[in-house]
Design a protein around this ligand. Structure first.
Ligand code: URA
Ligand code: ZN
Length: 372
């Protein structure tokens, strides 16, 4: 039997039109062209990047053509034996736009990404972008249009929702629309933690603290707030794929649960228990999928332990984390994640196959030749 093809469900793109939008801005997020035209522009993506004390070429991160080129994405997939990718707009999506602009840009970006996928012979699918700065009825309208775009398999969602986080009651119509459309939510961080927690020496460490620690905590808090506010009680069929193996959820879910059980603020239900009606464990096993973008077999094992081996999915986070050495084709970030999955499962070859591709093919109903 041929091995199941590898599917990458965590892989991003900044379409050129989106980069043009960023180039037109002077507030974070924006794109800064350097005087040396042969050097890639810098994406000023975090508030801490916008530091006039730093020379322009040291601010933010370099954004070369791999962030917008589909041919480079396809080459990257070939190099790493990735058969199919589910692409999503990278952070910070459309969060920073005015409501009217957000709605128009969502339509534009989703149509552009659909066109890219439809000319890719089934090697590309996508998660759509929502106009989160718009009123919830516009977001619902945007969700309802997605059935017209046959390669969309869900939506990518940041953690801030309509600006008040994902436990905001104003998001109810959005959850209902996503639940009825059976669209998977790909929950992805962007904002990290307040800069003050990284300390006065943070800039000496580049993006290490925000990416390695801020992102996972942000995701953990966002998902926990969803659960605490009863989103999964009211929307039992909502499906959430959480980036970076759920941040720290696999490690902290027991503690979260215990804190709820000991919190007097929550009255005890008539049938016992406190807080949300559906147990965190149950929600993790029935509503949640985790990606395997964690770079460590220990963390992959924790993810599998908490959601089950049918619910962990391989990803690369391309084009972030490219090799630092010039001219190296294989990406260490990808190899580390493949190895982490392989080591986590040991002799369980079926587990490896499921996480590397089988689970994604089934969950997202991907048409992948040679699968099954
Ligand atoms: N990965 C992402 O998806 N976004 C970032 O900003 C950094 C890494
Ligand atoms: Zn990502």
């Amino acid at each position: 039997m041929a091995p199941t093809p590898i599917v990458d469900i965590h892989t991003h793109i900044y379409p050129t039109t989106y980069l043009t939008l960023l180039r037109s801005r002077t507030e974070v997020p924006y794109l800064l062209d350097l005087p040396n035209k042969s050097a890639p522009p810098r994406l000023i993506i975090l508030p801490s990047d916008d530091d006039p004390a730093l020379p322009a070429h040291q601010r933010g991160r370099p954004i070369d053509s791999s962030y917008s080129s589909i041919n480079q994405k396809l080459d990257f997939m070939k190099t790493h034996d990735i058969h199919t990718s589910v692409i999503s707009l990278a952070n910070p999506w459309l969060d920073f736009l005015s409501p009217e602009e957000g709605y128009q840009w969502a339509e534009k970006v989703n149509n552009e990404i659909e066109d890219i996928c439809s000319t890719s012979q089934n090697s590309l699918y996508a998660f759509a972008t929502l106009p989160l700065s718009a009123p919830s009825r516009s977001i619902v309208a945007a969700i309802e249009c997605l059935y017209l775009l046959p390669h969309m398999r869900g939506v990518v969602l940041g953690t801030t929702g309509l600006s008040q986080g994902l436990d905001d009651p104003a998001l109810e119509p959005v959850w209902s629309a996503l639940e009825s459309a059976k669209l998977l939510i790909f929950l992805h961080p962007h904002y990290g933690l307040p800069s003050s927690v990284y300390g006065p020496r943070a800039s000496e460490y580049g993006h290490v603290l925000p990416l390695a620690l801020g992102f996972p905590m942000e995701t953990t808090i966002a998902f926990t707030r969803m659960w605490l506010s009863g989103v999964f009680d009211r929307h039992p069929k909502l499906k959430v794929l959480i980036a970076h193996a759920g941040g720290t959820i696999p490690f902290l879910s027991g503690r979260v649960n215990s804190c709820v059980q000991h919190e007097r603020h929550f009255p005890e239900h008539e049938y016992g228990g406190r807080g949300p009606k559906r147990d965190l464990k149950e929600v993790l096993r029935e509503n949640v999928w985790l990606d395997a973008v964690v770079y460590s077999p220990t963390s992959v094992k924790a993810a599998v332990e908490i959601v089950g081996k049918d619910r962990v999915l391989f990803g690369t986070d391309h084009p972030f984390f490219p090799p630092l050495e010039e001219g190296r084709e294989e990406w260490m970030s990808v190899e580390t994640n493949v190895q982490a999955v392989t080591e986590a499962f040991g002799d369980d070859k079926q587990g490896v196959t499921k996480v590397l591709g089988g689970n994604a093919i089934e969950l997202l109903e991907l048409n992948v030749a040679g699968a099954g």
